[in-house]
Write a protein that binds this ligand. Structure first.
Ligand code: G3P
Ligand code: CA
Length: 270
């Protein structure tokens, strides 16, 4: 079988020849996840791209938070989808991590887009949590387009329905299918959905050494999540992933530079 051509990641995700360094929820090992402080830390660490999570508030505002409740990462409680944006915005999303970050708010999508606009080299990996309708994703896609960052954004989700909705309302936006360890049908599903990337767990890549190759042969890029350890980074590089999503972008950048120095141009260890 002739392999399908593999479309490139948006150039902002970094040069070919090494995996893209993607700061998971920002640099969430160094600052409270999914806050502007974490995204700033990721950018300063030299991450190629930032990853973040979206939920909708009760009044339909897309906010940047991982869980469906605010309990774990703010001083409040309750379902994001049951709270107004004003109520979510009043919460402290930094103190749980360290008093040094007291007062960091839960950002809304538009703030992250503005942050990226002033850092034109930064890639954006936005994850839609849960199930989104076409009307709901349309609002977010318009925000991405209005900010002028559609050419450096990848929209990812575990939900095939949400990815279909994105394809319908924003066919120009590259999309990524997230898969965990229980999705052996990823190659076929990715083809049906027409996604640019398949983003499997690091464990899935390390457990199935042919997964990346099979996805590449089918024309997909692969970004693995969420890996923080050099031993595992080495496995992912060997498997040929196109990106590594990590809480420690500062360490991954250094580790990649260092492993590059130790590999001679012919690919052998110096
Ligand atoms: O980017 C992939 C990764 O973020 C998916 O897992 O739970 O951290 O959103 P989670
Ligand atoms: Ca995520």
């Amino acid at each position: 079988m002739v392999p399908a051509p593999v479309r490139p990641l948006p150039p902002a995700f970094g040069p070919e020849g090494r995996p893209s360094v993607v700061g998971h929820r920002g640099a969430s090992g160094a600052a409270p996840e999914n806050t502007l402080a974490a995204f700033e830390a990721a950018w300063r660490a030299g991450a190629d791209a930032i990853e973040f999570d979206l939920h909708l508030t009760a009044d339909g505002v897309a906010v940047v938070i991982h869980d469906s409740t605010v309990d774990a990462t703010t001083d409040g409680s309750g379902e994001v989808g049951q709270l107004t944006y004003a109520a979510v915005r009043a919460l402290d999303a930094g103190s749980w991590f360290s008093p040094a970050f007291a007062g960091q708010p839960v950002p809304r999508l538009e703030e992250i887009l503005r942050f990226a606009v002033s850092r034109p080299e930064l890639g954006i990996l936005v994850e839609y949590k849960g199930e989104w309708t076409t009307a709901q994703v349309a609002v977010t896609a318009r925000a991405v387009d209005a900010a002028g960052v559609g050419d450096r954004t990848v929209a990812q989700s575990f939900s095939p329905g949400t990815l279909e909705a994105l394809r319908e309302v924003a066919p120009h936006l590259p999309r990524g299918l997230l898969v965990d360890d229980d999705r052996p049908e990823a190659v076929g599903l990715a083809a049906e959905l027409g996604v640019l990337t398949v983003n499997p767990s690091s464990a899935a890549v390390r457990a199935d050494r042919t997964l990346v190759e099979r996805l590449h042969d089918d024309g997909r890029r692969v970004m693995a999540w969420t890996e923080n350890e050099p031993t595992a980074w080495a496995d992912l590089v060997e498997a040929g992933v196109d990106g590594i999503i990590t809480d420690r972008p500062e360490h991954l950048r250094g580790w990649l530079a260092d492993s590059g120095r130790r590999v001679a141009p012919g690919g052998t260890s110096a």
